[in-house]
Write a protein that binds this ligand. Structure first.
Ligand code: HEC
Ligand code: HEC
Ligand code: HEC
Length: 354
């Protein structure tokens, strides 16, 4: 009995040392060019599938059928994912097919995963594969937008993809010009309507636009989509971008008017606040002619965008300019129904801004 125990202990000490010696010898293969053995490949994917499945157990998918989720996800996909996974408009480049493991064509694999599992993969990435995590870990709504988008990839044709992502075509049927995704791909006013989750930046305060771009670039405002959009830009170009969009005339997006009781509830809150609950009057800061230029215009913004931002402020996950703490305080005591009412009111309000 004692002899067996001794053997076991020796084995436990010696095995890791042997492993270490093997790695030290330089004989362990790390070449991507030779691929994995079939059994290694099976084992790694088996482990990944189990890990993703377990992590997704506690994740509950929200409804994903709102088409407004798709355009920002499609634009983000074109810049951040298509380079590895290809898209309905372009195949995977040869260079990434030599990666180990090669990034799969998502059209083929997406149906094998549940929404919650896709959420896990897109939010956290996959270690040792090159599959990156979502740029911002602080909020889930954008990740769900991406899940909604890739869920539709198997049936999506190139035209729909180009239209959703805002890619510019060269004019020939089905052909995509080499122009990358630009600010206009997502923010062009003719691509926005009252249901958008993308803000209208035309006619917004210049100071606010500039400070917001800096906030994304410096990671003080959380959005994987916008953080990626500005990541490759030189901050020296921000003042010009802010000036350009601030000087554009803003067209109010026409949409079915929201229920009038909702708008009326929003109006009262915006004008007088609710002092008993420490909710301030929104109009004491916003939409004032002599107000601080960093306070954004809200009038005419799409209601879903405004409502999302209010949720983010209330949840403490919306940073921004050096004044954003004021807005965090203003949103802290809003109740669930307040946010839809305020969003409906400001979306329909005529104002100087967007
Ligand atoms: C640098 C290349 C790269 C980029 C960029 C990238 N991925 Fe991946 N992705 C991979 C690799 C590699 C895998 C793992 C494949 C495997 O396990 O065999 C993967 C796996 C996945 C999977 C799981 C599919 C499966 O069955 O293995 C999904 C879903 C996915 N990526 C979505 C995305 C999305 C959405 C984006 C953009 C936000 C993205 N990826 C960006 C390389 C990339
Ligand atoms: C892939 C789509 C996409 C692209 C490309 C994009 N944006 Fe955005 N932008 C968004 C989304 C979505 C938001 C809302 C993000 C959030 O919740 O903070 C946003 C927010 C903004 C805001 C904050 C507006 C506000 O009211 O708070 C500014 C400013 C902005 N974008 C400017 C730009 C500029 C300038 C570019 C080009 C360099 C650009 N965006 C490119 C999708 C995009
Ligand atoms: C004390 C001043 C103040 C009050 C009161 C205030 N806000 Fe704000 N609000 C701000 C500031 C400052 C920002 C800009 C935050 C940032 O990005 O730095 C902002 C931003 C916002 C945004 C985001 C706009 C965008 O384009 O992303 C919304 C929506 C908003 N406020 C709604 C409201 C509502 C609704 C109320 C009333 C309940 C309110 N605010 C009260 C100062 C205020």
């Amino acid at each position: 009995m004692t002899i067996r125990w001794k053997h076991l202990i020796i084995l436990i000490i010696v095995l890791p040392l042997l492993g270490l010696a093997f790695a030290w010898s330089g004989m362990m293969g790390i070449r991507a060019s030779t691929g994995h053995w079939g059994v290694t490949d099976w084992f790694l994917h088996w482990a990944m599938r189990n890990s993703v499945g377990t992590a997704a157990l506690g994740v509950e998918a929200p409804p994903l059928d709102d088409p407004a989720r798709l355009p920002p996800a499609a634009g983000h996909y074109e810049t951040g994912c298509a380079i590895c996974h290809g898209s309905p408009a372009s195949p995977r480049p040869d260079s990434v097919l030599a990666m180990l493991p090669p990034p799969p064509d998502l059209k083929q694999v997406v149906p094998q995963w549940t929404d919650a599992e896709l959420f896990e993969i897109v939010k956290h990435g996959v270690r040792y594969t090159g599959m990156p995590a979502w740029p911002s870990q602080a909020r889930d709504d954008e990740v769900w937008g991406m899940v909604a988008f890739i869920r539709r990839l198997p049936e999506m044709d190139a035209r729909t993809y180009i239209q959703l992502s805002g890619l510019r075509t060269s004019g020939m049927a089905g052909a995509v010009s080499p122009l990358p995704i630009t600010c206009e791909s997502c923010h062009a006013q003719n691509r926005l309507d009252g249901k958008s989750v993308i803000p209208n930046i035309a006619g917004q305060s210049e100071a606010y636009l500039l400070e917001s771009l800096k906030a994304y670039a410096e990671g003080r405002r959380q959005s994987g989509v916008m953080q990626l959009a500005v990541s490759a830009m030189d901050p020296a170009t921000f003042p010009e971008l802010a000036r350009h969009f601030a000087s554009q005339a803003s067209q109010q997006s026409a949409d079915d008017a929201a229920a009038s009781e909702l708008v009326e509830k929003g109006r009262i809150l915006a004008e007088t606040g609710r002092p008993a609950d420490k909710v301030p009057a929104c109009l004491s800061c916003h939409e004032k002619a002599d107000g601080n230029p960093v306070y954004p215009h809200l009038s005419g913004q799409p209601a879903p965008y405004l409502e999302r931002q209010l949720h983010l402020f209330r949840g403490g996950t919306r940073g921004g300019t050096s004044y954003s703490h004021l807005m965090v305080e203003a949103a802290k005591y809003l109740k669930e129904g307040d946010m839809a009412a305020l969003a409906a009111y400001f979306a329909g309000r005529k104002g100087s801004g967007p």
